[in-house]
Design a protein around this ligand. Structure first.
Ligand SMILES: Cc1ncc(COP(=O)(O)O)c(C=O)c1O
Length: 371
């Protein structure tokens, strides 16, 4: 397997733990261990305190699968496999795809969603949004990309990095289009439940379509990426079984403490998600004011969901050059669109963190003193 470096992850590895202010992180604010344990029921507290560090069940802790399955109408614990989210993408692509298969993926996007398929020897077409139409992913464009040998469509809504979400009708039409042609759907739902407009939450693909595979986990919506816990939910048992066989070659099983802590988080999902959404709304208001103030520098299509958005920087300078100056001179790390392999004039903003106002302030100070 030949696979190129993951450009975004390498860029984050370079700056994430040295830059003082992070403007582009995609995850929501995290919690400390005591904060999470405070939410635990007496039974879960006991499980935590009596935890031993043996291997865990390869498919995932039964209670974790059951708790996570409650998110999906009509699916049960048997429909879920636990692994780190990034690992799930890897396992899935290797379980489903063969050299020569045709895959269509939303783009720009999280690199593994298309790169792993390429490394398997698939032909990958990119389904790109229309910036002038608020980053709309057009179904007519997708229909043009479909070929007789298309095996898989990879979609990610709410979309990283634009925050686009299709309407309920468009999403139903997408699934109908794939069902008619028997095409599989990998639906990366890592930012689900962070929709800005009420009613914008889409059904999970795995509920709506028998050939769909839904990815979700603790990293973004819950703000617990360090647990490294996610899951694949699907009605397709043979694919899950194959992924489980492959997991023996990656991590074998998930981390015992992370599984227990994830169960606690899932049992408190309403409270955790409501808090994240309240913070996102506050931060979005700060961002709106910032963009209005610096309108000569930026144009933003407001996201419909998620904790990220993808403004365009006006002018000639590449956002890569600008981002390098910004981190060196002001300690503010921004993710330029170059790391998505897409344009030189956009960058990602992440607005899920508690210190977002402070980081925007530093960014504004930099703009004020350099223009
Ligand atoms: C769209 C998307 N999918 C998957 C992942 C992978 O999640 P994790 O880093 O928790 O493995 C990310 C992380 O940024 C993401 O943005």
């Amino acid at each position: 397997m030949k696979i190129p470096p993951f450009t975004l992850e390498r860029y984050f590895a370079k700056h994430e733990f040295s830059a003082k202010y992070l403007l582009s992180s995609s995850d929501c604010e995290s919690m400390t261990l005591p904060q999470l344990l405070e939410m635990a029921s007496p039974q879960m507290r006991t499980k935590w305190e009596s935890l031993s560090f043996g291997y865990t069940e390869s498919v995932g802790h039964p209670l974790l699968r059951a708790e996570a399955a409650k998110i999906y109408a009509g699916l049960g614990a048997e429909n879920l496999l636990i692994a780190a989210p990034e690992e799930i993408i890897f396992l899935f692509m290797h379980a489903l795809l063969q050299p020569g298969d045709h895959v269509i993926a939303t783009f720009p996007g999280y690199q593994s969603l298309y790169e792993i398929a390429r490394s398997v020897g698939c032909q990958v077409s990119t389904w790109e949004p229309v910036e002038a139409e608020n980053w709309h992913f057009d179904l007519a464009r997708l229909a043009e990309l479909i070929r007789p040998e298309t095996k898989l469509v990879v979609a990610n809504f709410p979309h990283n990095p634009t925050g686009f979400i299709p309407s309920q009708k468009e999403y139903a039409d997408l699934i109908e289009m794939l069902r008619e042609k028997g095409i599989f759907l990998f639906s990366d739902e890592m930012y689900r439940f962070l929709e800005i407009e009420s009613g914008a939450t889409l059904p999970s693909a795995c509920e709506a379509y028998e050939r769909a595979f839904s990815l979700f986990g603790m990293s973004k919506t819950f703000g617990l990426p360090g647990l490294r816990i996610g899951w694949m939910a699907t009605q397709n048992q043979p694919l899950l079984a194959r992924m489980l066989e492959l997991k023996d070659y990656t991590t074998i099983c998930s981390s015992a403490p992370s599984e227990i802590l994830s169960i606690i988080a899932l049992q408190n999902k309403e409270a955790i998600i409501a808090k994240q959404n309240a913070r996102l709304a506050q931060n979005m208001a700060l961002l709106d004011a910032f963009i209005a103030k610096y309108a000569q520098f930026f144009r933003l299509n407001r996201p419909r969901g998620g904790s990220i958005c993808f403004p365009r920087m006006l002018g000639e300078e590449s956002t890569l050059g600008f981002a390098n100056r910004l981190v060196e001179e002001a300690g503010v790390m921004m993710a330029p669109s170059h790391i998505f392999g897409y344009s030189d004039h956009h960058f990602r903003i992440g607005f899920g963190r508690e210190n977002f106002g402070e980081v925007l302030g530093k960014f504004g100070d930099y703009l004020d003193s350099n223009h």
